[in-house]
Design a protein around this ligand. Structure first.
Ligand SMILES: Nc1nc2c(c(=O)[nH]1)N[C@H]1C(S)=C(S)[C@@H](COP(=O)(O)O)O[C@H]1N2
Ligand SMILES: [Mo]
Length: 314
């Protein structure tokens, strides 16, 4: 499906428009549900409806004082080490990245492994969600993503009762990513989530932003978005998802286990060994703002970590 094109300027008063359209009983072309939720039809590549669970669509809201960052900010200040370790150079370096054809493999401890091509991915109905995003380096943005809850794919492959974690792997090849040799991190980039984190309705596989197809530099054609965790958990250009019973290795905790943990929940009370995490610089703003526990999504996700010492499991 093709997401409707939404001019960037509209995002600032979009919530009012959507509230009005909900009140008027009209529906919008894309799934743009801000203050309410509703069942949505999710289709597989045979056109069969998959999941219509209203609880998957509780809409998270950044504060009213937090407008989305501009498309230019979001698409020109990137971390994507396979292309460049310079945030301002990624967009240019990824310009010719070939994302079509693409295959996304989902397997491991599942009843029904899946191999999705782009056409199959595009049949999955998307939702639009504005999330706060916090990079471990101390900057943040507000990004209007387009994507679908990861759990829709996971439920489709029927994880076995032994599956406890989800492992992700990025595309990597030296021809398209010649500078990745000097990235200084093990590649291909890998990430992981506990299964309950992966099944949480806030966890998205994003395929677009600002009403547009995902730019290469932001992780085309499909990337993970976990808004209560530091940005590096949001692995880009995913080719493989594996259900497993073992906590999977992650690139940054493999590269530097003292500085980056498996959980990497945004936590202003747990400093990085080399800097505080108490504040952040919202790209486009002048003053630093305080960082919120779980990046402000604590109401939705804190219960995932009941009884865990978050200083130990950082
Ligand atoms: N494959 C891959 N995924 C990645 C990275 C990377 O270097 N390679 N960087 C991560 C980091 S540190 C951040 S902050 C986000 C940045 O996403 P954005 O450029 O879309 O804002 O992507 C994450 N995903
Ligand atoms: Mo990051």
């Amino acid at each position: 499906m093709t997401p409707e094109i939404t001019p960037e300027s509209v995002y600032r008063n979009r919530r009012q428009i959507i509230k009005a359209s909900i009140l008027a009983g009209t529906s919008l072309a894309t799934a743009s549900l801000f203050e309410t939720f509703a069942p949505r039809r999710v289709m597989d590549n045979t056109g069969q409806a998959l999941i219509t669970n209203p609880e998957d669509f509780i809409y998270p809201k950044p504060g009213a004082d937090e407008p989305a960052n501009s498309f230019t900010d979001i698409a020109s200040y990137n971390n994507f080490y396979e292309f460049s370790t310079s945030k301002s150079a990624v967009a240019q370096a990824a310009k010719n990245f070939k994302t079509d054809p693409w295959k996304l493999e989902i397997g491991g401890m599942v009843g029904k492994a899946l191999l999705l091509d782009l056409a199959a991915l595009r049949t999955i109905e998307t939702v639009e969600r504005i999330y706060r995003m916090r990079c471990v380096e101390g900057w943040s943005m507000v990004i209007p993503w387009i994507g679908f809850p990861l759990r829709e794919l996971l439920e489709r492959v029927e994880p076995t009762s032994a599956a406890k974690y989800v492992a992700f792997q990025s595309y990597h090849d030296l021809q398209q990513m010649p500078d990745s040799d000097s990235a200084g991190i093990p590649l291909p980039y890998v990430e992981g989530l506990r299964l309950d984190e992966a099944m949480h309705p806030l966890t998205l596989l994003a395929t677009g932003l600002y009403g547009k197809t995902l730019p290469n530099q932001n992780g085309a054609p499909v990337r993970l978005v976990v808004p209560w965790k530091y940005g590096f958990k949001g692995i880009k250009s995913i080719v493989k998802i594996t259900l497993t019973d073992q906590q999977p290795p992650t690139t940054w905790s493999t590269a530097n286990p003292d500085e980056y943990g498996f959980y990497s929940n945004v936590n202003p009370d747990v400093p990085h060994p080399r800097w505080s995490q108490a504040h952040e610089m919202r790209i486009g703003e002048t003053f630093r703002r305080p960082t919120l526990m779980f990046n402000g999504y604590g109401d939705q996700v804190a219960s995932l970590y009941t009884g865990m010492d978050l200083k130990e499991h950082f």
